[in-house]
Each structure stands twice: as C-alpha cells, then as structure tokens.
Design a protein. Structure first.
Length: 98
C-alpha cells in the first residue's frame, strides 16, 4: 500500500528544490500524482543591489507553465518572500507598509 499526501487546492505558491540543488519559487496551477505545473518560476540571484528575482529558466517562455516532475522537495515560502514574489509577478502595485 502506498501512502499519498492530500493535494492542496490550486493555485498556491510553493518553494521547489529539485535534485540538482537549486531552489525556485512559483505558483502551482495544477498538481497530479506525477508532477506540478508551475507558472512564473523565479530564482533568487545576488546583485549589487542585494538579492533579486530572476527567471528560473532563462530561455523558457515566461507566459507558459513549466512541468516539475515528482519527487521534488517542496516547502511553504516565508510570508515576506511570498509577498515579494506576488509583487514581482503581478502588475498590481501594492502600497508599502510603514
């Protein structure tokens, strides 16, 4: 008998760490027993201005979801990171908190 984890309601934002070791954040729009379909996957890169988001797959069409096969390590992003991701991926400008 195989144990299965209950799938979350989509869409939701998740952190991914595939076998190669790099991490990225993205919006899961579909999940099956074999994979995740992830929109707007972004990774963190160090720049002179500090850490910033960059496309996870530089040559992929940014308007198309990518397929992330299971098994893969996933996690819930920290609230501040999720907020920054949402600001980076939406055209809606949120007011800054004081």
């Amino acid at each position: 008998m195989m144990l299965t984890q209950k799938q979350k309601d989509t869409p939701y934002i998740s952190i991914f760490k595939p076998g190669a070791g790099e991490e990225f954040i993205g919006k899961v729009v579909e999940e099956s027993m074999m994979s995740f379909m992830v929109e707007k996957p972004l990774s963190m890169v160090a720049t002179q201005q500090g850490f910033q988001f960059a496309p996870f797959l530089m040559m992929a069409d940014p308007e198309k979801a990518i397929n992330v096969p299971k098994p893969v390590i996933t996690g819930i992003p920290a609230p501040k990171l999720q907020e920054q991701y949402e600001q980076a991926t939406t055209s809606i400008a949120l007011p800054k908190r004081l």
